[in-house]
Design a protein around this ligand. Sequence first.
Ligand code: SF4
Length: 587
Amino acid sequence: MKNRIRYNRSMKLLLTTLHAKYVHSSLALPCLAAVSGRIDGITTKIIEGTVNEPADQLLRRITAEQADVVAFSCYIWNIGQTLRLVSDLKKIQPQTFVLLGGPEVSYNSHEILQNNHAVDSIILGEGEDTFRELISKLSQHGFCVEALHSIPSGIAFRTGDDIVVTSVGGAITDLDTIPSPFSAGLVDLKKPLVYFETSRGCPFSCAFCMSSIDTGVRSFSLERIKQDLILLMENCVSTVKLVDRTFNYDANRSNEIWDFILQHNRASRFHFEIAADLLTRENISLLKKVPAGTFRFEIGVQSGEEQTLAKVGRKTSLDKLFANVELLRKNTGVILHLDLVAGLPHENFAGFLASLQRLFAVQPHHIQVEPLKVLKGSPMEGIAREEGYAFSDYPPYKILATPYLTFSEINRIENISRLLDIFYNSGKFRTVLQAVAEQSELGDWFAAIACFIEENDISTHISQQDLYKLFRRFIKVFFIGRQKESLLDALCYDYCLSEYPSPGVLADVFGADGGKPEAARERTKTTDLVKSLAIAKDSKVRTYKRDFDCDYTCSPWRKNRTEILFVYISRAGQGLQVKTLTSGALQ
Ligand code: SF4
């Protein structure tokens, strides 16, 4: 930053970030754009890319804007590409002022500035207030060091060969002072996922999480929250993902917002991160009224070991958490997503499997397992160094070994995580997994098949049909006799539920266990039955009938040989719908 550049015209500001996936969108950029939109003489544009986009293409898009200031929002998944992009940008447009912000640069700003000469300045901590001040000063005084020196906190910058790092900016106490990016029309409401926040900060202090550094939790006013929510619901946003760290930190506040959504929602779905142990009776009784599939709760369990949670300062009542998850599962239509972090203190491989088994016991819809990341500036960094953890120096700072887990055990846990996605979270193997769970612990089963695929070098990047073949292979390796037969039967039921078994396909997937074709004399009865179902006229309908060992269509399963008719209904623009009818209806 050698030259003092002044503006006789409006200053052009470009806000940008690289998402991990195209489907993601940014809330930070529209919030900053809403702030800069209130400063005279500023033109603001947002460009969003992904980490998978070719670097040259991103550079072309950014340089084409000829912006005076380019601000990058930095996270663990994009910091590497962002710094390379910044370096190239500065070579092409050296006069551009490059600004970084976000959690990945707030706590190591000195190191970033020292190693990346293309970066002019970094905003530290919560951005909007410092950003407003910085952009106002740059537009009034140009790019001069005096302007940066006059900002008392929340900023780091270089001045000649020196680097100045002030204290991290204080948390914004009145969040309503941040203009709404939604009412300013700065958020693309057509995106499949729209991010929204009702609060910032977290009341808890888990050592592995950057939110533990925040000072307390602050909420937007209920009036502001409702005003934004109405806008999202009236525009029928597909999915509203709340980024609040612990949405239900205040049970009454949560109920008021949930009730408001219930009253006004048209067709949107909502994702919340909640602490299940904080749910009250009033919360649960309200949640019973929410239509099935409208709410999704992400619940961090992290570990099923009290000693582990205590060491990382996580104040959770596990008994209350699991009891409430069971209440939600049995009494509401909320989709439940439970998280575990592998590699926390005191948890070895057997401990991890025990934690996983506790999750299986409450039958959530999704289970996510992530290996621990030792984030820069988090209290976990201190614990990891003290206890001798090995972790990568590069983002995402994943653990490599701990005093409790070897490198190969961490690899096995990652394979278990992938297998959970394929076989558990997909929902396509639900019946057979329930049958496995009746015969052995699911945690042990997943560990065994993770071990099996490692030893046999089996890829799981295969077609759906081949996944069923693979599961059949697992059953044949790990079970014998009657147990094996009943699992194959349940697997065949899952296959028939997932797709129409074209002629020969069951014999291909299941060998001799494939079903026999429906007898000609039965076809008339099936046709009559299908006619009795309420099926739209322009649908394509196919049927398949087969005998199973159980009636899997009821809960609990009726353990009698049952004939099940599958009706496959497809229509243009809609996914495959499968209805099942059992012998009662087939008589
Ligand atoms: S892990 Fe969750 S509960 Fe713990 S500090 Fe982070 S956001 Fe808060």
